[in-house]
Design a protein around this ligand. Structure first.
Ligand code: FES
Length: 265
């Protein structure tokens, strides 16, 4: 059982939860994630570990209230309550290295994934520029500005294109919807700038057994839970990813209808 330490709505529909999970907090590294399950009959969902405090034994996740499980979490689980499972840290830590100037582009709740990455890059002596956007507001600008130049933007792909006209980073990172990461990958590809992306497909076990997180990268099948969650954006088969992500859309809609007792739009 894992206790909820605190929670807050960061901006319209985007939530931050701090969970007590000492073993995860002690081992977490940038780029890794957890899989949580709220209760015995709950589905498993992956969430990026976007901050952690080994001293307090706490890890932070940020997500948009979207599907049935995130809706249930926000509506029924408050500080002091417990959730059944927190498994992690899963996935491969990001290799930080010394690339020099790095541009990080993020949208919506997914941009929280960029924070531990930006912090580690900054600690490693790199220059970090973050371009972030949400449809309604912003969050963690103070945290980001402690480790990076941070800019609140509108359309992420347009902002990246505009910025790349003026300067050339050694590396770009993108964390957002598949459409956004695909657009950013194409923009970088046109300029021969390497780009890494955070993929977030459906996951069940997180150990390479169920196959639900399979993606195609560089013409090869990869499991995001084992081989990711970050990949070379230029090599991702974005069409195949879109098809996979939409495979359970009807089931997800029905689960929401069952939970709310009506269509939620
Ligand atoms: S989540 Fe099952 S193989 Fe990756």
């Amino acid at each position: 059982m894992y206790k909820i330490v605190s929670r807050r709505e960061l901006c319209g529909g985007i939530w931050e939860y701090v969970l007590r999970a000492p073993l995860v907090a002690r081992a977490a590294k940038p780029g890794q994630f957890i899989i949580i399950r709220l209760h015995e009959r709950g589905e498993r969902i992956p969430l990026g570990i976007v901050d952690w405090d080994p001293g307090q034994g706490a890890v932070t996740v940020v997500f948009r209230e979207r599907g049935k499980t995130t809706s249930q979490l926000v509506r029924e689980y408050c500080p002091g309550d417990v959730i059944l499972d927190v498994v992690g840290p899963l996935g491969n830590p990001v290799e930080i290295g010394r690339p020099g100037r790095v541009m990080c582009v993020g949208e919506d709740a997914w941009y929280a994934n960029l924070y531990p990455l930006a912090r580690a890059l900054w600690e490693g002596g790199n220059e970090v520029i973050c371009l972030v956007s949400t449809p309604n507001g912003s969050f963690w600008m103070d945290k980001f500005s402690a480790v990076a130049e941070v800019n609140l933007i509108g359309n992420p792909a347009a902002a990246l294109r505009e910025r790349l006209e003026r300067e050339r980073p050694a590396l770009v990172w993108a964390s957002g919807s598949p459409a956004m990461m695909r657009a950013c990958s194409e923009i970088c590809g046109e300029r021969n700038i390497p780009i890494r992306v955070f993929l977030h497909p459906i996951m069940l076990d997180g150990t390479g057994i169920c196959g639900s997180c399979r993606v195609e990268v560089g013409g090869e099948g990869k499991f995001v839970c084992l081989d990711g969650p970050t990949f070379d954006g230029a090599k991702v088969n974005w069409e195949a990813l879109e098809v996979r992500l939409s495979a359970y859309r009807e089931e997800e809609r029905l689960a929401l209808v069952r939970y709310f007792g009506k269509e939620t739009g």
